[in-house]
Design a protein around this ligand. Sequence first.
Ligand code: FPP
Length: 232
Amino acid sequence: MEERIPRHVSIIMDGNGRWAKARGKERVQGHIEGVESVRACVEAAAEEGVEFLSLYAFSEENWNRPAEEVSALMDLMMLSIRREVGSFVKNGIRCIVLGNRSRLSEKARSAIEGMERETAGGGRMTLVVFLSYSGKWDILQAAQKAAAAHPEGLDSLTQEDFSSYLVTAGIPDPDLLIRTSGEQRISNYLLWQCAYTEFLFTDVLWPDFRKEEFRSALREYAKRDRRFGKVK
Ligand code: FPP
């Protein structure tokens, strides 16, 4: 059988806190270990020929976590960005960050812009990090942009036109969405873009989700029968 590799794999990385708690550690230790899973999945995705890997790193709702956890997570993400940028460039990985940047600190914004500039030439795989993102926020900002661009009215706007105002413009919709840690919900993630996405829920906590788990998810995807609402 021909192996079907999804073009775009997206992951809701969940369970860092529970992983830490089960080991009597601080939550931040779960996030630190989670970064190792990010690295493993980026490597595995590139090795398997996935074109787009996207990760839900921080939701708009996550701003409501205790201030110490928010700042620890931001520090960790900025540190990881600085640390990984060389390896992204070496391995042809373009990395972009999508979300509501107005809520990020000036320091975080400039670290992100630097990384996007340095990795812009990467042609092997695109890594999309969703940061300060929510699906409803994305749809609303797209509606506002569309209205501003079409003062004559939106009557002739197509779905394709509308997609071009989402922050994911130019990125194919996810073929496969993985959520770790046993939770089975979309949590305000890519609401418009997941219309026909295959969902895969696993009990594995994010810090334990490494290359073998990623490859196993791709095998499961290859078995799915995608009909897009049609009869085959
Ligand atoms: C969910 O676990 C995880 C997060 C909210 C943060 C994920 C972020 C990282 C692993 C860092 C990513 C780094 C880069 C460079 C992209 P949780 O805290 O909700 O766990 P719980 O549900 O068990 O409490």
